[in-house]
Design a protein around this ligand. Structure first.
Ligand code: NAD
Length: 355
């Protein structure tokens, strides 16, 4: 496939601010059409791609345009329904996080992708953010040693009310925010989950969550997160069996701590630490990971390979989310899946058993 023909669905804030500027930097793709239920938003794309078709109805766009792939940033119920419809037509799909509401829905999406032999991607840009990529390459090196523990502090102050027509603030928070840190824990854990503990403390509006995960790989991970914090902050540490530790402050500064650190200038000294920051020359979309995740998706299509952040890769993350929501009472499934935006009223499943 030389040029990949792309349709974009949902021309809201995320597409306009992050996905579209990244897509416009990627070679060998052609943005053919845009769709938004508010047609005026779809028309905005014409300012960037002159001949792009614009639609208010996804079915109409799929019928009229010859597309290879879709990129979507809508509410999750639209991601789920439109991804299903597009995959049935043989299109590769990239959906922003979250791809759907529940583990059962994600399993259905992953099964459909496998049956149809399609490339899928979920927009979890933290995985591809420049500092995280750097930590991934350092921790994969022989010199770092074997990763033993990952500690993540992911502080937030929203959402404090339910999103997307759901009833649960906890599920909304997990799907909107904590999905990034849980996904990262599973990336560094790189294996099956063998044990899981989670607790949620609440006050009237906000919540505080602790998650401890043990992986079959021997890696453990702990996450402190929630909406009880004054502002957003993201820090992480990875510790190896060689007493090497790499730490990331606020998704920016990286420090490597070793038992003994040697530099050419200062020689060998226990008090020196190695430091790293993204290059000021990296574009904002490289630093934030949006360019990396989208480029990876299109490369996977071109090389007919699975993409590392596909629907199936998110199954462990959704197992953890279901585990954390298990105390919440399932409400009846009031609405069957629909093609569009109607709320699904929290179809909670309780099938995650690890301990
Ligand atoms: P938004 O409300 O600004 O935009 C959503 C757009 O989708 C709207 O223009 C809406 O009209 C359109 N839409 C909804 N249903 C549709 C349908 N059935 N067909 C066509 N168009 C439809 O929301 P947003 O802030 O852009 O967020 C969109 C998605 O991006 C969400 O899933 C959100 O979680 C995700 N997001 C991810 C990150 C990240 O860090 N990766 C950051 C922000 C947002």
């Amino acid at each position: 496939m030389s040029v990949i023909r792309v349709g974009i669905i949902g021309i809201g804030a995320q597409t306009r601010e992050n996905l579209l500027p990244s897509l416009l930097q990627i070679p060998d793709i052609h943005i053919v059409a845009a769709c938004d239920s508010e047609l005026e938003r779809a028309r905005l794309l014409r300012s960037y791609v002159k001949d792009a078709g614009n639609y208010a109805d996804v079915g109409e766009m799929l019928d009229n345009e010859q597309l290879d792939a879709l990129v979507m940033a809508c509410p999750p119920q639209a991601h789920r329904d439109i991804a299903m419809q597009a995959m049935l037509r043989g299109l590769h799909v990239f959906v922003e996080k979250p791809p759907c509401f529940t583990l059962v829905e994600l399993e259905e999406l992953a099964d459909m992708a496998e049956q149809q032999g399609l490339v899928t991607a979920v927009g979890l840009n933290f995985r591809f953010a420049r500092p995280i990529q750097h930590i991934r390459s350092v921790t994969a090196s022989h010199a770092f040693g074997r990763t033993m523990h990952v500690q993540i502090n992911h502080y937030a102050n929203k959402p404090r009310t339910p999103l997307w027509g759901m009833q649960s603030t906890l599920r909304s928070f997990l799907l909107a925010q904590a999905i990034h840190s849980i996904d990262l824990a599973t990336v560094f854990g790189s294996g099956e989950i063998v044990d899981l503990y989670s607790s949620v403390q609440r006050d009237t509006e906000s919540l505080l969550a602790r998650i401890d995960i043990a992986f079959a790989s021997g890696v453990s991970a702990s996450i402190l997160t929630g909406t009880m914090f004054p502002y957003f902050e993201f820090d992480m540490k990875v510790i190896s069996d060689r007493s090497t530790m790499i730490s990331l402050d606020n998704l920016w500064n990286i420090t490597l701590h070793e038992l003994e650190h040697a530099t050419r200038t200062a020689g060998s000294d226990k008090r020196w630490r190695g430091a790293w920051q993204p290059s000021p020359l990296d574009s904002g979309y490289v630093r934030s990971g949006y360019l990396g995740e989208l480029s990876g998706f299109f490369d996977a299509i071109r090389h007919q390979q699975a993409f590392e952040g596909d629907f199936a890769s998110l199954l462990p993350t959704f197992h953890i989310i279901e585990h954390m929501c298990r105390e919440e009472r399932p409400t009846p499934d009031l609405q069957a899946p629909v093609f569009g935006n109607r709320p699904i009223n929290q179809r909670v499943t309780t099938n995650a058993q690890f301990s």
